[in-house]
Design a protein around this ligand. Structure first.
Ligand code: NOJ
Length: 458
């Protein structure tokens, strides 16, 4: 008895508890460890619905972009992309999530921009040459102006237009790309573009927002089919030509109190914002409910089976209380005294672990397509990275299938309605400086060390 206890003790000491291993050593084999970006936020020189929106203001006169800035040249990654790749190499990243901008590739309906496609190919080839696996987002919020003018995602032609674009994309880049993110955060897009009206096209209508949310799931299904049809090339030699998902924004939702009303509203918010997407991909039916406003329960052709992975973007925990004066019947807030990022999102150390445990029950491997913090002074980011990477290691040790982690973001960039106000980058950029030098923040060392340990154990 004593002897076997001793042996168990010895075995535990030999393996060492997770926290004693260097950060990164507990990540699984072939884990994709990298950073993420999106075209409109870094490339510069774009003309799409967002660049147009940036020029305008709300009826009360306040500018659409809080600090009055424009995406304009942004991080200039359209020219300076080799510097982004150098930064990834410096970080020891083995993967990079980047986007290919629809408005650039298809500037007018059916017109394919050969030069733009050639530049993206150059980037993808350079990434592969450095052993960095590209994970490519086809649509990250922005729309070509012609598509937006036809009614955007509300147009009857939207799905066919997007499918046609995806077929071109699959043909043009399929030999270089295996891992595809069809769409970024359908729930966030629907909320800001159609419910709160803070993003283009500036609509405030919960019914239309919910319809667009559902349409984006249809769009994902047609995109997945189009990519599978046209990308037949196994670029990374893992036996699969495509590995497809979307980037679903999830938050942890905490009821404000245990009252039946707060609990019910929190559960309804959670279902609408978080659960509805993976459930739809599992069942092939989208079910979205806003009491008294709209109820959608419909089959989505091709949705079932369209996920090869579950892409999750996780940032914060939200506290929810019932509020019948609001369109969504709820009020989201962060309690006084809780740690927050520069943009006010709650920083919650156990959050990522809890998210992984929750979504680990679905039948797909999880790719953490985004996780990051706006932290200009870089005071919070080191611990943020440690907590979140440890959270992954812990979830993995408990059996959750996690295939990758992409820190948001590689560099500072244009943070939508916040302009240049949110500093998420592992690399800082001074946007008043023409060279847009990428300057490593001290916290990037945490990432680098983790990447080194991850690689050393493989
Ligand atoms: C998620 C979005 O995909 C990305 O575009 C945004 O910059 C980050 N969240 C940070 O807010």
């Amino acid at each position: 008895m004593t002897r076997s206890l001793l042996l168990i003790g010895f075995a535990l000491a030999a393996c060492g508890p997770l926290s004693e291993k260097p950060l990164g050593a507990g990540l699984p084999k072939n884990f994709l460890l990298g950073a993420a970006s999106a075209p409109h936020q870094i490339e510069g020189g774009l003309h799409n619905d967002w660049s147009r929106w940036e020029e305008g203001s709300f009826p009360d006169g306040s500018p659409h972009i809080r600090d009055g800035s424009r995406s304009a040249q942004s991080a200039r990654s359209w020219e300076l992309w080799p510097q982004d790749i150098a930064a990834l190499e410096e970080l020891g990243a083995n993967s990079y999530r980047l986007g290919i901008e629809w408005s650039r590739l298809e500037p007018a309906p059916g017109v394919w921009n050969v030069e733009a496609a050639a530049r993206y190919r150059e980037m993808l080839i350079a990434l592969r040459a450095k052993g960095i696996e590209p994970v490519v987002t086809v649509s990250h919020f922005t729309l070509p102006t012609w598509f937006a003018d036809q009614g955007g995602w509300e147009s009857e032609e939207a799905l066919e237009r997007f499918a046609a674009h995806c077929r071109r994309v699959g043909l043009a880049f399929g030999d270089l790309v295996d891992i595809w993110v069809t769409l970024n955060e359908p729930n966030v897009y629907a909320l800001f573009s159609y419910a709160t009206g803070q993003w283009p096209p500036g609509v405030q209508d919960m019914k239309r927002a919910t319809r667009v949310y559902a349409t984006l799931l249809h769009a994902h299904a047609v995109a997945a089919a189009a990519l599978r049809e046209t990308d037949l090339f196994d670029a990374n030699g893992d036996g699969h030509a495509t590995f497809i998902g979307l980037a679903h924004h999830v938050s942890l939702i905490q009821p404000a109190s245990s009252s039946p009303l707060d609990t019910a509203v929190a559960a309804a918010t959670d279902d609408y914002a978080n659960e509805s997407v993976p459930r739809a991909a599992l069942t092939g039916r989208v079910t979205l409910r806003v009491p008294g406003v709209i109820e959608i329960d419909e089959a989505v052709p091709g949705l079932k089976g369209s996920f090869d992975f579950l892409g999750l973007n996780f940032y914060y925990r939200l506290h929810v209380r019932a509020d019948f004066s609001s369109m969504s019947l709820s009020k989201l807030y962060v309690p006084e005294g809780h740690q927050v990022s520069d943009l006010g999102g709650e920083v919650y150390g156990d959050g990522l672990y809890r998210v992984l445990k929750r979504y680990g029950g679905y039948p797909w491997p999880i790719l953490l397509t985004e996780n990051g913090i706006a932290d200009a002074t870089d005071k919070q980011r080191p611990k943020f990275l440690q907590d979140n990477l440890r959270g992954i290691e812990r979830a993995v040790a408990e059996g959750v299938n996690v295939g990758g982690y992409f820190y948001w973001s590689l560099t500072d960039n244009f943070e939508w309605a916040e302009g240049y106000g949110g500093k998420f980058g592992l690399y800082a950029i001074d946007f008043s400086e023409p060279r847009r030098a990428r300057v490593a923040r001290p916290s990037s060392q945490v990432f680098r060390d983790a990447a080194l340990s991850a690689n050393a154990t493989k």
